[in-house]
Design a protein around this ligand. Structure first.
Ligand code: NZQ
Ligand code: ZN
Length: 387
């Protein structure tokens, strides 16, 4: 096992009715910004619960944070935070609202020229200060509710970049599984696939004799494979929704990634698909991952065999046949929840491949993945296999 430094101070309040505890969590005597997305919180009753719980608090609202939150929109909130001397920001929404709030919180304290720099120049600049924030999560998927990462899109340059800072970890996150009841099927499927791929990024690499991390990871994959379809079949199944929600949080709160190599190439390539074609985040992962598994089948051989056996019960055949069957099982799982795994499903052809490769080259990447050896020609190969 590799050395690691694990830090996760996020207070999780899980279950029905927990939104009512907001008044004990949000600091009194400070101006609170309530930030939300396109309005789902008004139709599913979450907004009313938040307002009721925060009666008597001094609040200002900022709505309209879009999926794949835009730098351009978030900078408007930064202005309000500064002007109104906001001391706490409450994100009420999915991963996009949460990520947007993390950016707003850090950007409002940024002393450099342009806060975009802590995304664009991430290797050099870190946002170390931020306004305190908390969340009421309405979509299980990203794990943002219990981690230090945020992903922001800059529309003017068609860039989608991430930053991470302990300063933006939520003070608390409220996870009430009944929020799943109002989710469109598409968003439930997205959440299942995103969480599944988060685990894969931290698990499907090479063995380092870390059985706790492996078995934690496998338990999350199995839970998503079992409970995800139950939620798809009946989104009002509270127990299935609760298991799905907790699995998605556990998939990316840092625990399973302790002391193990991590890949993240699928996400890095997927972000380009969103940046250029606005495909939902999870859907980009379902396209890229099967291609990556094929291209990296030799490097990932031991873990592919372990994953196939322990998650999908693939035990017969030669090693090569078992790997083929494991990749096929992964594809059929994604497709079973209605998520396609090809570029053509979105009308994207071969001409897009050099665009992605040029972008990686322009950023100076020579290789990505757990060994830093997924080269730009191999990225092209991954996408070609998924045409
Ligand atoms: O905007 P509203 O009206 O709220 O509607 C949203 C949005 O249209 C809707 N929705 C959310 N909760 C709902 C609901 N509709 C009905 N009922 C509810 N309870 O769902 C739509 C999608 O929301 P969004 O927040 O965009 O989805 P998700 O949670 O999948 O977040 C995706 C974003 O997170 C980033 C992605 O790149 C993407 O930008 N990620 C963040 C990560 C992190 N911080 O660690 C890791 C991930 O890999 C990912 O990159
Ligand atoms: Zn993701």
């Amino acid at each position: 096992m590799q050395n690691f430094d694990f830090f996760n101070p996020v207070n999780i309040l899980f279950g029905k009715g927990q939104i009512g505890k907001l008044s004990q969590l949000v600091p009194a005597g400070t101006k609170v910004m309530i930030a939300y997305g396109g309005g789902s919180i008004f139709s599913n009753g979450v907004y009313d619960q938040v307002k009721l719980a925060l009666q008597g608090f001094d609040t200002v609202e900022f709505g309209g944070i879009e999926p794949n939150p835009h730098y351009e929109t978030l900078m408007k909130a930064v202005e309000i935070v500064k002007k109104e001397a906001v001391g706490f920001i409450l994100a009420v929404g999915g991963g996009s609202v949460l990520d947007g709030v993390k950016f707003i919180a850090a950007a409002a304290c940024w002393e450099g020229a342009d806060p975009w720099d802590f995304l664009a120049q991430r290797s050099r600049l870190t946002a170390t200060k931020a306004i305190a924030l908390g969340s009421v999560l309405t979509l299980p998927a990203t794990g943002s509710e219990m981690n230090s990462t945020a992903v922001v899109t800059r529309v003017s340059t068609q860039e989608k970049l991430a930053f991470a800072s302990r300063a933006v970890m939520p003070k608390f996150s409220i996870l009430d599984p009944t929020v799943v009841f109002s989710l469109p099927d598409k968003q439930i499927a997205n959440g299942i696939v995103d969480a599944f791929v988060h685990v894969i990024e931290q698990y499907l690499t090479y063995p380092v004799n870390a059985p706790i991390q492996d078995r934690f990871a496998e338990s999350i994959l199995l839970t998503l494979a079992e409970e995800g379809p139950k939620v798809m079949a009946n989104k009002r199944d509270y127990d299935a929704a609760a298991n799905f929600m907790w699995a998605a949080t556990m998939a990316l709160n840092g625990l399973i990634g302790c002391g193990v190599p991590q890949d993240w190439a699928t996400h890095m390539i997927g972000h380009e698909l969103t940046a250029f074609h606005n495909i939902d985040h999870a859907r980009t992962l379902a396209i890229v991952l099967p291609g990556l598994m094929k291209v990296k089948r030799e490097n990932k051989k031991e873990k592919l065999l372990q994953y196939g056996e322990r998650v999908w019960g693939v035990v017969s055949g030669t090693e090569e046949e078992r790997i083929d069957a494991t990749i096929a099982q992964t594809v059929s799982f994604f497709e079973s929840v209605g998520i396609p795994t090809t570029l053509s499903a979105y009308g994207i052809g071969e001409e897009f491949i050099p665009v992605v490769c040029d972008r990686f080259a322009a950023r100076g990447f020579t290789g990505i993945g757990e060994r830093g050896d997924l080269t730009i020609p191999q990225i092209a190969e991954v996408l070609k296999l998924q045409l």
